[in-house]
Ligand binder design. Structure first.
Ligand code: PBG
Length: 329
């Protein structure tokens, strides 16, 4: 009989020892809930491809954000679903546009209980669905888009957003927005750079959620899923441009990039567990093919383990509720 000298199983033998040997723990304060707020009257509208997620009205969003604050999560990231779109995304810079109106309402509702954050990108507001404005030849005009982002940043900051989520993948967007904020007295408004944002199939359900009109794809500005080094390069560039936080997105198919970015970043690194990641687990669980709660917890744990300090996830509040229950026992 061979008797091993080294026995890693020793530390797995009792629940207490397993708890002591745990390397990564989840806490509600490190979750951010993405929320969709729709313009117009009526009720919240369920999103078919994201069971359990809705397009809120401002009223239903007020209730949801109060619940989120009670669960102790760190923040909410707001996306607007406007009723009218045009070529330059005018609704994005209208102080009464849905995203800015919702920001004011929710910031007022929650006060300091959690941070209200906003998506800074034009795709929800343009009739062509791209993240920027177009040149005459139909391509996305990087530098003209930066001007729109600067205007958006000022309106969002004035509306009470504490953290601007720059998700458009335009070159120079962090520096451009930072400068506009600083020149206009918003020195304390923070910038979350979606630095390594990949052109991913996993955004599919999100496009339903915001009723995206996009035809074609975003491959001229979002990263090629094949590229790992380039994700790190983008994060380092955003850090040098003054980002407060860098992000990798999607999360689960990009844990290598996340780990690389976390290894070199001297600012917080977040990850976005996107709509398709959510939909896959929900769909498999609905069929009874996986244990929903265990799969949700394991998925978010893996993202934290790979190096994310915080995670944007549609399960933020439910996950926080589970953790709070466990704490109470
Ligand atoms: C763009 C944006 C997208 C998502 C967040 N911000 C969509 C895209 O780039 O096509 C996707 C989020 C998700 O899938 O959950 N404003």
């Amino acid at each position: 009989m061979i008797t091993p000298v080294i026995r890693p199983r020793r530390l797995r033998n009792s629940p207490a020892l397993r708890r002591l040997a745990t390397e990564t723990r989840l806490h509600p304060s490190e979750f951010v809930l993405p929320m969709f707020v729709r313009e117009g009257n009526g009720d919240a509208v369920p999103i078919q491809s994201m069971p359990g997620v809705v397009q809120h009205t401002i009223d239903s969003a007020r209730r949801a954000v109060t619940e989120a604050a009670e669960a102790g999560i760190g923040g909410v990231m707001l996306f607007g679903v406007p009723s009218v779109r045009d070529a330059v995304g005018s609704g994005a810079t209208d102080p009464d546009g849905i995203l800015n109106a919702a920001t004011r309402a929710l910031a007022d509702e929650v006060g300091d209980a959690l941070s209200v954050q906003t998506d800074l990108c034009l795709d929800e507001f343009t009739d062509h669905g791209h993240c920027g404005v177009l040149s005459a030849d139909g391509s996305v005009d990087n530098d003209a888009t930066l001007e729109r982002y600067r205007e958006m940043a000022l309106v969002q900051a004035a509306s009470g957003s504490q953290l601007l989520g720059l998700s458009g993948m335009m070159d120079g967007q962090v520096a451009a927005v930072r400068e506009a904020l600083d020149q206009n007295g918003f020195v304390d408004t923070a910038v979350l750079a979606y630095s390594a944002k990949y052109a991913s199939a996993f955004y599919g359900p999100f496009r339903d959620a915001v009723e995206s009109t996009l035809e074609g794809d975003r491959r001229t500005y979002q990263l090629d899923p094949a590229n790992r080094r380039e994700g790190v390069r983008e994060a380092l560039l955003d850090i040098s441009e003054g980002a407060d936080i860098v992000m990798v997105k999607p999360a689960m198919s990009y844990l290598d990039v996340l780990s690389d970015v976390a290894a070199v970043s001297d600012i917080p690194v977040w990850a976005y567990q996107v709509s398709g990641e959510y939909a896959m687990i929900e769909a498999a669980a609905a069929h009874g093919w996986i244990d929903r709660r265990r799969a949700v917890e394991e998925s978010v744990l893996s993202i934290r383990r790979a190096g994310a300090d915080a995670v944007l996830t549609y399960w933020a509040v439910e996950l926080a509720t589970w953790l709070n229950e466990r704490q109470a026992r």
